[in-house]
Design a protein around this ligand. Sequence first.
Ligand SMILES: CC(=O)N[C@H]1[C@@H](OP(=O)(O)O)O[C@H](CO)[C@@H](O)[C@@H]1O
Ligand SMILES: [Mg+2]
Length: 561
Amino acid sequence: MNDNQKSLILNSSSQYPLPQGVKLSYGTSGFRADASILESTAFRVGILSALRSLKTQSLIGLMITASHNEVSDNGVKIADPSGGLLSQEWEPFADAIANAPTPQHLIQLIDEFVKKENIEFDGVRSAEILLGRDTRPSGESLLEAAKQGVCSIVGATASDMGILTTPQLHWMVRARNKDSKATELDYFEQLSSSFRCLIDLIPNEIKINKTDDKLVVDGANGVGGEKLPVLKKKLNSLDIEVRNSGKEGGVLNEGVGADYVQKEKVVPRGFDSQDVGIRCASLDGDADRLVYFSVQSNNTSKIDLVDGDKILSLFAVFIKEQLSILDMEGDDKVDENYEACLGVVQTAYANGASTDYLKKLGLEVVFTPTGVKYLHEKAAEYDIGIYFEANGHGTILFSEGFLSRLEARNNELSSKSKGSEQQKAALRLLAVSKLINQAVGDALSDMLLVEAILQHKGWSIHDWSELYQDLPSKQLKVKVVDRTAVVTSNAETVVVRPPGIQEAINNEVAKYPQGRSFIRPSGTEDVIRVYAEASTQGAADDLANSVAKLADQFLGFGNSG
Ligand SMILES: CC(=O)N[C@H]1[C@@H](OP(=O)(O)O)O[C@H](CO)[C@@H](O)[C@@H]1O
Ligand SMILES: [Mg+2]
């Protein structure tokens, strides 16, 4: 780094000092904290994004959001050239610069990193960053700080894309780096046209039977609630009513949204007994998570939840069915045809009943630690990889190689047997690959795929929910002295440290039919999470409570004295 560059960073970073006592970590999904302490972080991540752009010689995204956290929080994260999350190799550098106590320390860290990574400031392409933010009031000033960070790197350009859903920004970064159309309008156009294509391919006999009912969506008073009406205008085969759009005066994520609905299993604000029997869905605060639900008829404050595991199962059923029509799946595949490698990725939080169901379908199910970065990476190893967290974050990844095969197959079929069931199956899979966000889980595109599949199958939300019965489950949080004392293995299902605790958990689990329980340190909160599953709700609650007690005994404050 030359002196001119150093003094540029020095001058601008002195305007964004690190507040005292702040210690931040890039975490499961970027930096997140109370918005009032994040300006220096946004500024520094702005610098990081420009360096990442120079290193990869590609466009990079920077998103200001704290997803489902309360409105007073905010956060900042990076979208890599593929549209995916920041490479994990750069996370330690992100942590280091976010916590650098003075501008001088900051410059030293950047200088060392630039040397280590061989980042050239006078390469062919100068740094280019797309910035977006969710609807949080603090977003504007944090975006400005991030922009100043980007612009403190010589030659870098920052384009403010305004208010976007997180997946929209990731989608744009991916599209721009592939030289495809990449505006917000292009995003809506791609989603709506591929959705229409799937609807047009619904077999006639099903279309006649289909129930033309409406979908009511809880927008979490966030950006998804703002964007959905725009998308809705482009879809005439779907009747959507948006509630909690943020325009009715409700507070972001307060008693609303996918995280609240999934964790509390109660109706969000704005929904009541009049909604019994109606298909409902909830987005989270930045619209990268989606869950469905219906209001219970006998207790209208409660819901029947259709979570990420069931969205995954619905997608898996549909994809498998299309592959089977194409003879690209299963034992009876036609020899000359290629057998597509379809994989499903879950975490330990996936309901055990969903895993059983998927395995019975004959699917390969693999587990990764919690966090989209792990699931996404694993899913990318398949021709078609479907991943979902139980909380509703997920997508379907199609490999480039498989898509070329599919294109070729479609061309061949369209000359030999145009309009055949096989060709329709190829067209459906191609439409899914365009509808579903290839960069990151996307509530809006996931929702359109759910709706298209339900119409295709002529299923109500009830039919869908009946795919399997969730095992009763319970999640608890336990405050401990030091959550990093817990070290896990086997996709976080086994505790290897501290010694003894896993044996104690095993002894508890053995007392419950269909019992399963694990603990792990949260990556986003200062707690240990306890998960338990058993054959009845009472048993799941009891098991969770006993395991929480064990966590407290081994790790809690009483133990440390
Ligand atoms: C049990 C649970 O829902 N954990 C969430 C939560 O992570 P924790 O590391 O459990 O705090 O936030 C992550 C980021 O949004 C999400 O990926 C993950 O699924
Ligand atoms: Mg989110």
